[in-house]
Design a protein around this ligand. Structure first.
Ligand code: PLP
Length: 394
């Protein structure tokens, strides 16, 4: 019999959909993927070169559990330069992707019976990892435009609340939380003595006048009580490299390091050497990628909102848009009724050959998530096909 903890995990809500996409592709259908949460750009050449150099130099052994000194120093310089955050290397833990960094943080903070507040829609891995610790996620809906509803968050605090977990820029909404909202949220955390876990993996992907703000920089109290999580998966198109980190107070960093020592020993040695280049020398590549994402976002938004019944916030960050499609729920095609966002996503896959993720998978019924981490040509073709397919729904 599997453990209760494992039996309690909800399987990925999108796995059935992914199987269907794979089946269609295997049958020769050209499915355009708006479902993939990773940049479609190559990893910068400089990073690959730095990795090759590290391998040639034999940098293939364990590093300290909390990461290579040089990598932690590079993270500190990055956090100072980009985020106005003052950390020492002893406050940094390098991990195997931001996901491990998040998992470490959640395990270091949560006890059985604790509660962690998460604004929704949200990245569902948070909920599952919190459940694994015996704590529970308290889900608080965001405003209509996906901005933080700080009042609702404050109302959700109970004596069991241990932390608030935020993600800005946000997956799945693309929302970039504003400084006033983050300040207000920080005040709620301080008043109630809560940790803040700030997932900032999409930090580099912001458009127009939007600005990413790290909540930890907003007060000395927040600097001490925030676990900032980041990595290079989205910033440098390095999803497969698995480089992430936490920055936090010394006690928490020590606890996270000790947990990681037992779980994975350390992040891959040569990846840590390459990541130093990713952290400090890839601004030009990132700027180019961000410009391409902005052009795609503007086009995708214009196409989506020109379709009857669809409304969509023009989100300022990440590479996601989350249109409302509730106008199509209750309609049918060939006798098959669209009841939920899962049905709608399946309909688009069958009739437009585009893969999107149902909003229900992120606790946001009546919406779907489209990632514009695919070429402009694909976006154009995909939107043409979607426009035609929607006409079939009566
Ligand atoms: N946090 C969010 C909000 C994400 O969307 C993702 C990946 O999709 C991660 C964390 C995981 O990042 P990493 O690839 O560095 O583990």
């Amino acid at each position: 019999m599997l453990s209760k903890r494992i039996r309690n995990i909800t399987p990925s809500a999108t796995s059935a959909m992914l199987t269907k996409v794979a089946e269609l592709r295997a049958a020769g259908v050209n499915v355009i993927g708006f479902n993939v949460g990773e940049p479609d750009f190559p990893t910068p050449r400089k990073v690959v070169d730095a990795c090759e150099k590290a391998l040639e130099e034999g940098k293939t052994k364990y590093t300290p559990f909390n990461g290579l000194g040089l990598a932690k120093e590079a993270v500190c310089r990055k956090l100072k330069k980009d985020n106005g955050l003052d950390y020492e290397p002893s406050q940094i833990v390098i991990s195997t992707g931001a996901k491990q960094a998040l998992t470490n943080a959640i395990f270091a903070i949560c006890d059985e019976g604790d509660e962690v507040i998460i604004p929704t829609p949200c990245y569902v891995s948070y909920v599952e990892v919190i459940k694994l610790t015996g704590a529970s996620a308290v889900l608080v809906p965001s405003n209509e435009d996906f901005s933080l509803n700080v009042k609702k968050i404050a109302d959700a605090v109970t004596p069991r609340t241990k932390a608030i977990l935020i993600n800005t820029p946000n997956n799945p909404t693309g929302a970039v939380y504003t400084e006033p909202d983050l300040k207000a949220l920080g005040e709620v955390a301080e008043k109630n003595g809560l940790y803040v876990i700030a997932d900032e993996v999409y930090e580099k992907l912001v458009y127009g006048s939007a600005k990413h703000v790290s909540i930890a920089c907003l007060s000395p109290w927040l600097l001490d009580h925030t676990v900032t999580v980041n990595g290079l998966s989205k910033a440098c198109s390095m999803t497969g490299w698995r480089f992430g980190y936490t920055a936090t107070n010394k006690e928490m960093a020590k606890a996270i390091s000790s947990l990681q020592a037992h779980m994975t020993s350390c992040s891959t040695s040569f990846v840590q050497y390459a990541a130093i280049t990713g952290l400090e020398e890839c601004e030009a590549e990132i700027t180019e990628m961000v410009a391409a994402f902005k052009e795609r976002r503007d086009y995708l938004h214009a196409r989506l909102t020109s379709m009857p019944g669809i409304t969509c916030t023009l989100a300022d960050g990440a590479f996601y848009l989350m249109p409302h499609v509730d106008a199509y729920l209750g309609k049918s095609c060939n006798g098959r009724k669209i009841e939920t966002s899962f049905d709608f996503a399946e309909f688009l896959l069958e009739h437009a050959h585009i893969a999107v993720v149902a909003g229900d998978a992120f606790i946001m019924p009546g919406t779907v998530r489209l990632a514009y981490s695919t070429s402009m040509d694909n976006i154009k073709k995909g939107m043409d096909a979607m426009e035609q397919a929607l006409k079939l729904l009566k």
